[in-house]
Design a protein around this ligand. Sequence first.
Ligand code: SF4
Ligand code: SF4
Length: 137
Amino acid sequence: MRLKISSDRILGSFARRVEELSGQHLLTCYQCGNCSASCPMGFAMDVLPHQIVRLVHLGQVEKALKANTIWMCASCITCSVSCPRGVDIARILEAIRFLVLKERKVADIYGPAQTPEELLQKAPLEGLTGIFRKFSV
Ligand code: SF4
Ligand code: SF4
């Protein structure tokens, strides 16, 4: 019997939603680990970025979502430029974050309204933008 192997057969619905949102093909990743080796936040992650991709490959979504990785990620895109396969893994992590926030049905988990005025005045704009991007949908 012939079995045609395609990404549609291998990847589950969560993985396909991540692909749609990120514009990346998850199976392009061949698990070399370069992204994780270059990640400046890797020391604080309980599961490394390339391992998150693997968990999504394998349909182990709960494990991927339980990890602190998507919240520790600083969106610096060092991983993306380190990938020999051209996978924009920062966008993959961002897509997973988006799906988690959307699932919680919280429109604005952390935005200017939740930020003390003093912090808005003093904090660097890049830092604030990063926080708002990460914790809002
Ligand atoms: S660097 Fe690219 S190919 Fe290597 S593990 Fe990371 S995402 Fe996958
Ligand atoms: S974008 Fe996130 S995962 Fe990628 S290197 Fe930066 S902190 Fe690490």
